[in-house]
Design a protein around this ligand. Structure first.
Ligand code: C2R
Length: 188
């Protein structure tokens, strides 16, 4: 990503231990060519710093926040508390509860302060990027075309998977009928 472009999306996470999952978000934002800024911060461990980072990113023109966190995942809610920009939360699949704690902590926001909560882990991290791109695309028709192309590519991949599975089944049905013919005495 060229450095001079202003970030439109902020990718925040509670710890560097979340980064492997949150790279899935970055990869898709790269694919859609959406400029982003990534930061580690923590509402629990660095509350004032988190507030400051959100303000700075808003001033730089960020339009959407994506926030990944695990365990008692309050970071997305804490970000939503100090901005009226859309906040997308990604619960990490970590700890003894494997992300169920993070899911509940992220999704159960009191009315008035929403966090658009994704699935736990990698699927959620990817969907966060798609949703953020969809929000940015409201004012960017070219980005919308990229999202349409992404959907079409997914559809083609489903068709290809179907061809492989149904083709394999037809093949085995053919070989079964050949085997039956071979075993059946002529005239029967
Ligand atoms: P460490 O690996 O640094 O101990 O972090 C992080 O997102 C991470 O998944 C363990 C987990 O703690 C999470 N964390 C939060 C917050 N800060 C860190 N949920 C927060 O402010 O919500």
């Amino acid at each position: 990503m060229p450095k001079e472009r202003k970030p439109l999306v902020a990718v925040l996470m509670g710890s560097d231990s979340d980064y492997e999952t949150m790279q899935e978000t970055e990869k898709l934002l790269d694919r859609f060519d959406v400029p982003y800024a990534t930061h580690v911060t923590s509402a629990h461990r660095a509350a004032k710093r988190t507030h400051r980072i959100v303000e700075e990113l808003e001033e730089r023109g960020v339009r959407v926040f994506i926030v990944g966190a695990g365990l008692a995942a309050h970071l997305a809610g804490a970000v939503a508390a100090v901005t009226t920009l859309p906040v997308i939360g990604v619960p990490m699949a970590s700890g003894s509860l494997e992300g169920v704690d993070a899911l509940y902590s992220t999704v159960q926001m009191p009315s008035g302060v929403p966090v658009a909560t994704m699935a736990i882990g990698g699927h959620g991290a990817k969907n966060a990027a798609v949703l953020a791109a969809e929000i940015v695309a409201l004012q960017d028709p070219k980005l919308r075309e990229k999202l349409t192309a992404y959907r079409e590519e997914m559809e083609r991949s489903v068709e290809e998977k179907d061809r492989q599975i149904s083709g394999a089944r037809e093949l085995s049905a053919e070989s079964v009928s050949d085997a039956i013919k071979e075993l059946t005495p002529e005239g029967e």
